[in-house]
Design a protein around this ligand. Structure first.
Ligand code: MN
Length: 293
């Protein structure tokens, strides 16, 4: 194939850790494989909650009130339901195929819990959380919240009953996604039927990765990636050829790198150390607003 975007590596899921008591995640980057803080920029972090069965609980599991500044948290639900509340008064519930896109920017408090009814019944749970970095000029902009429901995603139907490319952000074959982003990026929720073939054409210089959420795929006719693996691509070439060896679900990430220094401490993602100190000071002074536990 001409101008192939080649696979750099296929990464197995690193050991899990708990985020609060509601999310059991594999961190693929930045820490899981020490890929480097900018290797997938603008995507700074990816926590993948692979399939887990939660027992029924009257008290919803999750993460209590905590701050963020300098980036966006993007949560994609595959199984189960998550509820969100923040200090800006925004709230929402996402279920299968829905995406919660929260711009923390200048600072926000939020909490993330399993939705009440899901908690009470228990069941299968599978999610991804991404931290999408913001360029320096937008880090202190107004926080906002986008609740992106599955029905509003761009829908490209793959010819021959191959499945769908649901476009969350950016564009595929002229079909656009609903998410408003600060820097150019593409994010797709791809559903492939067994034996389906899909070609993606993505900018050469953008960082690119694919998480195999379900099933098994063959990439560029030679690399095989099973469920729960992350495929990292080289920043060369534009064309990716995908063949579903089983029914498959893929999360495609592709974005223009933000070429700026990074200073990170816990939930704050800034450019300089003094901005981290400032974030902690502002948080301690209550400048991120209020939110009940
Ligand atoms: Mn959070």
């Amino acid at each position: 194939m001409k101008n192939t975007k080649t696979v750099e590596t296929v990464l197995a899921p690193p050991p899990t850790h708990m985020v609060g008591n509601g999310f059991r995640v594999h961190n693929f980057f930045p820490s899981g494989y020490r890929l480097g803080q900018k290797r997938m920029s603008p995507f700074f972090l990816m926590d993948y909650n692979s399939k887990i069965e939660f027992s029924p609980s009257e008290k919803p599991r999750g993460v209590g009130v905590h701050p963020h500044r300098g980036f966006e948290t993007v949560t994609i639900a595959y199984h189960g339901k998550v509820a969100h509340h923040d200090s800006r008064g925004n709230s929402g519930i996402i279920g299968e195929g829905d995406v919660q896109w929260m711009t923390a920017a200048s600072g926000i408090l939020h909490k993330e819990y399993h939705e009440k009814e899901f908690s009470r019944e228990g069941g299968l749970f599978q999610m991804v959380q991404l931290w999408v970095n913001l360029p320096a000029k937008d880090k202190m902009s107004e926080p906002k919240y986008q609740n992106l429901l599955h029905n509003n995603m761009g829908n490209y139907e793959i010819p021959g009953n191959g499945g769908n490319v649901f476009v969350i952000a950016g564009e595929h074959n002229g079909v656009k996604g609903p998410a408003k982003t600060f820097t150019p990026l593409n994010m797709y929720d791809v559903r492939l039927n067994k034996a389906a073939k899909l070609n993606l054409s993505l900018p050469e210089n953008y960082n690119t990765g694919i998480l195999v959420v379900e099933g098994k795929v063959k990439i560029n006719e030679n690399e095989i990636a099973p469920a729960d693996h992350f495929i990292l691509f080289r920043n060369e070439g534009t064309e990716i050829n995908i063949e579903a060896m089983e029914n498959a679900i893929l999360l495609v990430l592709n974005g223009e790198p933000i070429d700026e220094p990074i200073a990170q401490y816990g939930p704050f993602l800034m450019n300089k150390q003094e901005e981290i100190v400032q974030a902690m000071e502002d948080f301690n002074k209550g400048k991120f607003g209020r939110l009940e536990d």
